[in-house]
Design a protein around this ligand. Structure first.
Ligand SMILES: *[C@@H]1O[C@H](CO)[C@@H](O)[C@H](O)[C@H]1NC(C)=O
Ligand SMILES: *[C@@H]1O[C@H](CO)[C@@H](O)[C@H](O)[C@H]1NC(C)=O
Ligand SMILES: *[C@@H]1O[C@H](CO)[C@@H](O)[C@H](O)[C@H]1NC(C)=O
Ligand SMILES: *[C@@H]1O[C@H](CO)[C@@H](O)[C@H](O)[C@H]1NC(C)=O
Length: 479
């Protein structure tokens, strides 16, 4: 949790530093030249969001010059100033903060050089003042708009307007944690310059449109935390630039597509908490850049033996818990030299545990609890000491550790000593219940500590900060 706090601090710092870049004003030499229509459109747009009390012409007579407005940036085009960036919501202490009954005024669409619109924590009243995204007029911004962001607006309801399909220059579309519903419009797939598409944390349903596979420049695709269903389009193999794909917490089903193997630059794949089935496909081993693979909580079934895990040389975080896997644990895992987290808990894995896992140089957590592993644990005492409770082997009734070889303080948690099998078996049962109740969600806590919290940070920051933190904090991330 401390590292999560650090992420926030870093982001706040970045915002503070970047805030110096505002209007390029022509200080004290009179009013910066600006068309009256542009100025009036700006005032009216802002007033719609913050309320009638806000009188722009009185408070900010020269909005691109000597009276800059917090959250508004301008640039010079053919001798006149135009608004290029508009940020509404409590980004900073003295930001423009929205009124309870917000309006999206049509004057907004007159800001013809607008490159970036960001509305954060503005429409907050889903019951009293719900508001929809305007369906019309987006075409008037098609040449200019590069970044469109609605974030943390629970009062923003309704569907994504199909007219977003006109915004051909859009590079970033972020609709994160709002109250949006309906199906994903397939013409979002026409926005071929998109590099970031984040639609997480809404109530979208239906299938992921095939057209999304045409977004060849996309780096980040995050559709997590919705109610999307059906199989993934086979066209996903076309997303060859992708670095991060997060589809977690939906109701997606079917086999994990072989097409994923084409995503050679992918560093994060999170398909957890869906209904994927049909076993682990071999093509997963072709994701040679992968650092984090999270498939947990899917009825995938099958075994661990069909995937050449040793090919995933960059893998740092591997979570395959609760997939219904039935096999032994292959020794190829020991070639994952960068692996820090291995989650195999709550499967039906059998067989002995190779003590070679101890040789994983970077490992900080192994969860094998809730399986049917058998035999003696043969790890060294130092290994148990290093991992502590992060060596999870409880709830494997036929597993034991050699009594006498491990000092009491380093005994693997929830595992019985071998010699006392018969007498301690019953006690162990009680122990197990307590253990599994007390140690839920190691994995999600780990993700949160990497900055993967679903609330607060969007896709780009998740990846960026997680990577940075891993590099900077090293093993401390896990503690
Ligand atoms: C803002 O104030 C000016 C003069 O102070 C006044 O003329 C104008 O009507 C006001 N505008 C609005 C929208 O209240
Ligand atoms: C994958 O990453 C490499 C190195 O960053 C880059 O040169 C290459 O263009 C990327 N591939 C695609 C398809 O974007
Ligand atoms: C666990 O494995 C043992 C044999 O190794 C087998 O007898 C037992 O039925 C298995 N238990 C479960 C719950 O699968
Ligand atoms: C957790 O504890 C409750 C009672 O405290 C018990 O009914 C339940 O079975 C326990 N869960 C597990 C998974 O052991």
């Amino acid at each position: 949790m401390t590292s999560f706090k650090t992420i926030n601090d870093v982001i706040v710092l970045i915002f503070i530093l970047s805030w110096g870049v505002g209007c390029h004003g022509q200080a004290e030499t009179g009013i910066a030249p600006m068309e009256k229509t542009e100025r009036e459109a700006l005032y009216s747009t802002i007033q719609g969001f913050v309320g009638y009390w806000w009188n722009g012409s009185e408070l900010y007579p020269d909005p691109c010059g000597w009276t800059p407005i917090q959250g508004v940036s301008c640039d010079l085009f053919e001798g006149s100033w135009y608004v290029t960036d508009l940020n509404i919501g409590p980004f900073y202490d003295n930001s423009l903060v929205c009124a309870p009954n917000v309006q999206f005024r049509p004057d907004f669409f007159a800001l013809k050089y607008l490159k970036s619109l960001s509305i954060f924590n503005c429409f907050t009243s889903p019951h009293h003042f719900p508001i929809s995204i305007p369906t019309k007029n987006w075409e008037s911004l098609y040449g200019s708009l590069q970044s469109l962001e609605f974030r943390s607006n629970p009062g923003l309801i309704g569907q994504i307007p199909t007219s977003f399909g006109y915004l051909k220059n859009l590079q970033s579309l972020v609709l994160l944690e709002n109250g949006l519903t309906g199906e994903l419009p397939s013409n979002i797939g026409n926005l071929v310059r998109l590099r970031r598409l984040v639609l997480a944390g809404n109530r979208f349903r239906g299938q992921v449109p095939d057209s999304f596979g045409g977004l060849r420049e996309l780096l980040i695709l995050d559709l997590s935390q919705n109610s999307l269903s059906g199989p993934l389009p086979v066209t996903f193999g076309g997303l060859t630039s992708l670095l991060k794909l997060d589809l977690s917490s939906n109701q997606l089903e079917g086999k994990i597509s072989i097409e994923f193997g084409k995503l050679k630059n992918l560093t994060l794949l999170d398909l957890s908490k869906n209904k994927f089935s049909g076993g682990l496909v071999q093509s997963l081993q072709e994701l040679c850049s992968l650092e984090e693979l999270v498939l947990s909580n899917n009825p995938i079934g099958g075994d661990l033996l069909g995937v050449g895990w040793h090919n995933l040389k960059s893998l740092v975080f591997l979570d395959l818990s609760n997939l219904g896997l039935t096999s032994g644990i292959p020794e190829t895992f020991i070639e994952l030299k960068r692996l820090r987290f291995l989650g195999l808990g709550d499967n039906k894995l059998t067989g002995n545990l190779s003590p070679k896992l101890e040789a994983l140089p970077s490992i900080s957590a192994i969860y094998l609890n809730g399986n049917n592993l058998t035999g003696d644990l043969k790890f060294s005492e130092g290994f148990y000491g290093k991992l502590g409770r992060r060596f999870g082997a409880w709830n494997n009734p036929n597993l034991c550790y050699p009594n006498g070889l491990v000092s009491p303080s380093n005994r693997p948690f929830g595992v019985r000593p071998c010699q006392q099998e018969v007498t301690l078996y019953g006690l162990d049962h009680d122990g197990k219940s307590k253990v599994s109740n007390g140690t839920l969600n190691q994995n999600s806590q780990f993700l949160a500590s990497l900055g993967f919290s679903r609330y607060g940070l969007d896709g780009f920051w998740k990846v960026f900060m997680a990577e940075t933190l891993m590099i900077v904090l090293g093993l401390n991330v896990l503690i």
